[in-house]
Design a protein around this ligand. Structure first.
Ligand SMILES: [Zn+2]
Ligand SMILES: [Zn+2]
Length: 256
């Protein structure tokens, strides 16, 4: 029923991916993922069927070595995948499954990771589609984050962290201020992860690009920053988003 929503040339990858998901859902194991032998002990069946190989003695579940190992119940994966293709928002899916929106997003992201390493064309199509139908929660949280940053960069008279006075004035073009009462200087970003993050003039643009789902390579090119900088900015901003209670957006921006 979702076949007609997906370009024909992707059907082979689609079927292979759905087959993988079905296998994980059924928790059926043919061979030890470590040594390939096919005799194992059943260690437990709940919450996840866990085996131990009789040859190499390693423990494993059907999802070992996949991004899905902790994401039970496994049958949610395909439900979420199909619902996303049908343009259902994360909220709707979360309501239907009776779980939090973060749980839905974590599973969706695990699938994106998996597609990225196994089914590249389907991965590209799926992520592009995701970006074209950002759900309302993400749009809302994106606004919150932009507003926070704009406030941080433009505050006129922040409260002095030393004496509590608001008789303060900006020094320089960053986020440093001096208190006219106690004469101390302070940085309003002190104690946050943003304190040492350079180039505040790029912050808003960076967030926009993250939300748009740009990869590290694309960000590197567009902002002329190094790969290391992009990585550390991505992680810093995801931490800030969580601190600002924008967890869904943080999960969304964590990886692409
Ligand atoms: Zn083995
Ligand atoms: Zn002061």
């Amino acid at each position: 029923m979702i076949d007609e929503l997906i370009p024909l040339e992707l059907h082979e990858e689609l079927n292979a991916f759905r087959h993988d998901l079905e296998k994980i859902t059924s928790q059926h194991i043919d061979a030890c993922p470590f040594c390939g032998k096919n005799e194992f002990y059943l260690i437990r069946s709940k919450p996840t069927t866990t085996y131990r190989c009789k040859a190499c003695y390693k423990y494993f579940t059907v999802a070992v070595n996949t991004p899905f190992s902790r994401l039970t119940p496994f049958n949610w994966l395909e439900i979420i995948f199909i619902n996303r293709i049908q343009n259902q928002s994360y909220n709707t899916i979360a309501n239907n499954l009776g779980c939090s929106i973060e749980k839905v997003m974590r599973r969706d992201h695990a699938m994106i990771d998996y597609l990225k390493s196994h089914y590249h064309s389907l991965y590209q199509w799926y992520t592009k589609k995701q970006q074209s139908c950002l759900n309302p929660v993400l749009i809302e949280q994106h606004k919150v984050v932009n507003a926070k940053i704009t406030t941080l960069l433009n505050v006129q008279n922040p409260t002095c962290i030393h004496c509590g006075s608001t008789d303060t004035t900006k020094v320089g073009n960053r986020t440093c201020y001096r208190c006219k009462r106690c004469r101390h200087s302070f940085n309003i970003l002190n104690g946050t992860k943003l304190n040492r993050l350079p180039k505040p003039e790029l912050w808003l643009q960076f967030i926009d690009l993250l939300v748009a789902g740009e990869t590290n390579a694309q960000l590197e090119k567009k902002l002329k920053l190094t790969d290391n900088t992009i990585r550390s900015w991505r992680s810093t901003w995801c931490t800030m988003m969580k601190q600002w209670n924008c967890d869904a957006l943080a999960i969304w921006c964590q990886s692409h």
